[in-house]
Each structure stands twice: as C-alpha cells, then as structure tokens.
Unconditional design. Sequence first.
Length: 854
Amino acid sequence: MVLPTLPPPSPNSTSPVHPPPLSAASWVETLRSHARSNCFRATLATYVDMTSAGVPPDHFAFPAALKAAAGVPDPAAGRQLHAAVIKHGYHSSPVTVANTLITMYARCGDFRSALQVFDRIPDRDQVSWNSMIAALCLFEMWELALGSFRSMQQRQKSVPPSSFTLVSVSLACSNLDRADGIRLGKELHGYELRNGSYCNEKRFAFNALVAMYAKLGGVDDSVALFERFQYRDIVTWNTMISALTQNDRFKAAMSVLHQMVVAGIKPDGVTLSSVLPACSRMDLLDAGREIHAYAFRNADLFMNTFVASALVDLYCNLGLVEEGRAVFDGISERRLGLWNAMISGYAQNGLDDDALELFIEMEVAAGLSPNETTMASVLPACVRSEAFRRKEDMHGYVVKRGMEGDKFVQNALMDMYSRVGDIDISRKIFAGMEDRDVVSWNTMISGYIVCGCYSEAFNLVNEMQRSGDSTAVEVVKPNNITLMTVLPACGSLAALGKGKEIHGYAVRHALNSDVAVGSALVDMYAKCGCLGHARAVFDRMPKRNVVTWNVLIMAYGMHGRGEEAMELFELMLAKGEVKPSGVTFIAALAACSHSGMVSRGMELFHGMKEEYGVEPDADHYACVVDLLGRAGKLEEAYHLITTMNAASDKAAAWSSLLGACRIHRRTQLGEIAAKHLFELEPDESSHYVLLSNIYAASGQWDKSMEVRKNMKSMGVRKEPGCSWIEVGDYVHRFTVGDSAHPQSTRIHSFLETLWDGMKREGYVPDTSCVLHDVEEKEKEVLLRGHSEKLAIAFGILNTPPGSTIRVAKNLRVCNDCHEATKFIARLVDRQIILRDTRRFHHFRDGSCSCRDYW
DNA sequence: TGATTTCCTG
C-alpha cells in the first residue's frame, strides 16, 4: 500500500528513518517508539516504509500511526489510515483501534467522523467514552460533553468514570456559567474524593479541579485544594500559578513561584509565561528582568515563544517598547501569539502606525492569518491612527473572517464605533452579545461618555451594581476601570451626588485603595468644587503616585488658591516619594498664573530643567505666556514666544497670549496672535470668538462682525455653549436659549424677574458679548438665554434655599455671565460655584475671586 | 484517552 499524500520525513527530524528492519515485529516496534517520543512525521514515514515492504499493519501499528496523524495533524493521512483499518478488519475489534480513530478525527478537526466512529463501536469501553468526551471538549461542545458524562454515569457498572473522564469534564464545567459550573464542579470534586484514583492518576484529576475552580472565579477553592495536595508535579505548580495570575492575585502567584523554587522544582516555560504577567501588572521590572536572565541561561526557555510573548508584554507594559522589540526580534520561529504580543505592545503605547505596520508584515511577509486576539489589538490602533482612514471597513474584514462573534473582537468594535460617533451600532453590538464580560460593560460605558450620553452611562453603571448584588446569570461587578471611567464624567458634569455614590461603592468594595481610583476621586471632588473633600481623600490614601499629587496641585490652582498649590508642590518635593513630572510643572505654573504669582512661576520655569531634569515643552511655554500675559506683562509674553524652538507647536502659547489680550484689551497684539492662530489652527472656533470679543470690547463693531463673517465663510462652527447642573439623581443639561427642558417656561420667566432686580442693583448687561447683528433689546434676550444662566436659574428654583449651586460649562464663561452671576448670587443669597474650561469661579457676596474679567 | 502559558476596557 502506498500513501501518496504522506509528507516525507522532515529534514530536521531527530529520528531519521532507520535501515529497514527485517522482522514485522521490529517494524512495529520502531513505529511505536517513534510515536511514543512524539516524532510524528517519522512515525508516518516508517508506516509507509513498513507497508511498502509488504508488512501488514496490526492492532499495535494502527494506534501508533493514528496517534501520529493526529499529532501532525494530517487529515488526509488519517482518512487513509481509517480505510486501511477497515481493510485489515480492525474496525470493530479490538476496540483500542476504534478509540484511537475517535481522537485522530477530533484532532484533525473532523467532528462528524469522530462521532460516527464512536456510534458504530459495538462494545464501547471506558476509553471510548473518555475519548468521545475529550473530543466534544476539543470542539467546545461543553453541554454535550456533560451529557455524555451523564450517560456514562448511568452505565456506572460497565464503564465507571475515571480520572481521564474527570479531566475532560472539569474542563467542560469551567466553561459553563459560573453558578452551574461551580455546582457541577463540586459534584465532580465529591466524586473524586469518594471514588478517587491515587498518585499519578490522582494528580491529573486534581490539577484539572484546581484549574476549574480558578476559571470559575473560585480561586480560594483552588488554593485550598493545592495546599492539601501531596502529589504535586510541575503542572500542579504551574496550574496554581496561572490560576492566581488569572484572578489578579499577583503577589500570591509570585510567592507560589518562590515556594516552587524552594521545593527544588525547576521552573519551565509554562511557569515563566504564567508568572510574567504578574510582574507586568505589578510593574516589577527587576523581577521581570531576573526571569528574563533565568530564561537566557536556559536556551530552550529563551527560544520558547510563550516566554518571549510574555516578556514582550512585560516590557511593553512598562513602556520599554524597544526592549520588547528586541525580544521579538530574537525569536526566529514566531508564532501568532508572539506577533500579537508585539502588535498589542505597540498599540498600548500609542505607537499605532507601528502596530499597523507590523500587522501587515505579519499577514504579508510571514503569511500568518490574524486571530481574534490580533484583531482586538489592531482595531484600537486603526481607530486612533490618522493615516488609517476607512475604519468601518475593518468590521467587514472581521466578518469575512468569521470573527464577529468573538467577545474580544466585539469589545474592540464597540469601542471603534463609539469613537467614530456611531454609538447606536455600539449599542447594538452590546445588546447582541452572548457573553459580556466586565470589559464589554466598561467599553459600552466609556462609549456613552465619549459620545456625551452621560445618563445612559450612569444607568449602565447602576445596572452593573445591581447585577453584582444579585445572583443573576451575568454577574459583572463594576471594577476599578469602571470607576476610573465614570468618575471623570462626574467631574466634568459637576455631578457631585453621583460622584459621592461612586465613592461609596468604591469604599464598600475596597476599590478606593487603588491609586488610580483614589486619584480619580480626588480629581472628581476637585472638579465638583469640593476642595475639602478632595484633600480629605488625598490625605487618607494609603499610596499616592505622581498623578495623585498633580491632580490636587492642579485643583488648588483652578480654585485660585495658588499659595496652597505651591505648598503642596513643595511638600511633594520634600517627601520625595515621587518625582515631579512634566504635568506637575503644568499644574504648578497654572496655579501661579491664576493667583498672579509671577516671580514664583518664572523661578519655577527657569529651574525646572536644571533642578528637576524636566525639559519644558510647548505646554509649559503656554503656561508661562499665560502667567505673564494675565499679569499684564504682554510684551514679555510675546518675546517668550519668539524664543521658542522653531519646530515646537506654538499654537497653545499664541492662544494664551490672545486670552491675555482680551483681559487687558490689547487689540493690536491680539491681532498678531490671532493671525498666527488662524494659520496654525484655522478650524478652531475659540480663536475667532476671542478676537471678535476683543474688537467688540473696544467698540470696533465692524471688525468684530468681520471676524464672525470670516469664521462663517471658513466653515468653522462655534461649539454650542452648554452647561450642566446636578439636581437630585439627574444631571440637567442646558444649551443656549434652551426651550427643550420641561421647566423651560418657568426658568425663563424667573430670569426675567431676576433681571429687573439685578438692574436695580446696578447690573448693566454687557451686550458686547452678543456677536449677532441684532437690536440692542434683542441682545439682552439672547444674553439671558446663555446656558450657564439657565442652569443657575434652574438650580435656584429646584434646590433648598441657602444651598450651594454648582454649575459646569463646556466653554469659557462670557464676561456678561460672569458679571450677572455676581448679582444673582447676592440677590438670592447663595454661593454659586461656576466652573469653565479654565478654572473655578466662586461667587459669594456679589464678587468672584478671579481676575480674568473686567 | 487527559492537565498548565501570551491578547481586549483606563
């Protein structure tokens, strides 16, 4: 018999075909020994030689050859072997041959044939059942696998389940819903305890149980099992380590590794790739390097692609992309996982074009097909990359490859559609998902926030909290990422009540000890105008990083409390826990600027490079221009811009200067700044508005109108003004001239009444803030419709007398609103905290502490 | 006849 499709023995095979042995028995022995040592191609080649030499295969030869066909895997060879099995009459007896056929077909991806073989076995033994259950698991048919297990249990006497059965069934359990899985898993565990096998056999079963508990989130059960288990082998240790890392028990994972080494077990590739994610997530660069060095000393580990993938992940996660790339480049036989790790490493470091380039290299040069993981990394890079235009095409690409049902891919697609503004498509994907995890929920929430659908976002967070408290099938609790996603939204909407609610959740679920969550809480309280709360959270944090400090320094600055901001800055330096970053100096300089601390700020600016090694960038220059400009030193500010590096982006600096020109009514200099800005950022509406305001303030109406016309003809649209106020459980949103709110009529008539009172107190409407060409009387009506006034009026009408009113606005507060709010605050005897894009305005007793308005 | 490892949300 000839098997023409069989491949020749591979040139690098360690087992060359031996000179033909003489007896049939030695042919079979050679065949089996190749199979035992997993030299599959050599096994198949020997089979061909043997049959060519006229030796008929027997019931020992077939299982060996079939194992090889399964191992390669080689479906064509497998089918021909099946034909030979029938021809030689081994198809029904002994059953060992048929059993091997089941496994062969399963490994070759032919489920129907595997099932057919099983169905046609007249006297199925324990191994037949085990092989079939394992096959079902291979095809991820978990329910069917469990069904077969039940059938087996009914035949308890003839085919009792063994440790082999337990291994497959544990795997099936770990892929069920959590509640079902745990229930069945405990049943299995009980079964093992009652009827369990011993020593070697027991080890397999227990390893599988440890893994099962971990996958179902019962990692404490895994630990308990592991600790009492005396027959540990390297897989047991590895299983325990990966169980811990996969459940975010990183410290415990490192400690098990330590115990393992102490117990004299030499870590292998699986150990390293299981423990490296723990180093990565805990930012343990030194430990990671030590493991890298250990792999370096053991050549087989060094070339292991799993270890390499985990190392690439570690280095990229710590921002050391170059080192990750070096590991990647050092591996000659790159498996898909390694490409994925590198692509994702680039993407996570914002090197989106590098990620896309590598993705193309993988497809074109290396000829590898992407899998779901690849797409989950590439999609975000596509979304962010400026160079990559046709983003929605990626959806078609994914569908064409049949990956649209994958959870990771769906998460990435949701994110993509939210970012391009198609939130409805994200919503549809989310609604249609079968298996939503915490990332799916978080992605949907952040999508809503990106698109400005805040109430939908908050509703989803509430839904998550409820499902976490209940015993619903889909148990997904808000995690630290969820909180870090919604807290900034609370801050930008000044939704203090919502923010406090989230704070409460964080405390109840011990998420507030997370540095990032803590920093987000500090920021939220500060943005809601509650500096005291922000400071209290800061003081109680067990651990702080540079972001935490920056956030609070920035907060003091925005509230016009420059002295305290600088005290905090000094404290940060004195404590020395963290080094100041570029952002720290932005915060400190901005604080000096808002409090008029010019010489202090200049000192800081000049010392930042020499004393702290932080190179000033374009944003630092913009802060200093703001500092000088605000203080009236506009010539100095202008001069500073001219000293800036030619290549650096001067737009922010010019914009600061233009802002200062508005405060100090410097028309000519304003024109110069605006000229530069119109060249650098022709689409930015705020530049046109500022210049127009400057002209209007100096009475040059024609020029003011001309700027507006230019803006229109350029097709630049002013972002509509929008203000938010939280009352009760809701954040109410108001746009200019809003009449959509249910209380609209009431708000407008209240404002009219207020208006008369304000005028009696001496308020003069600043109609220069209205840039439409209409009658003077009409201008007043337009002024009264500014969103912050509507929000404030709504607040007064709907909150208890004497309580503080907190309003947030998406643009800078105009001069008239600033002036009017002073009067309103005094008339209704309320403290009003109004936040715009730059800072907080605390209105109390008819004044505001800021000096930005005239 | 069986087990463990890399990837996604900020």
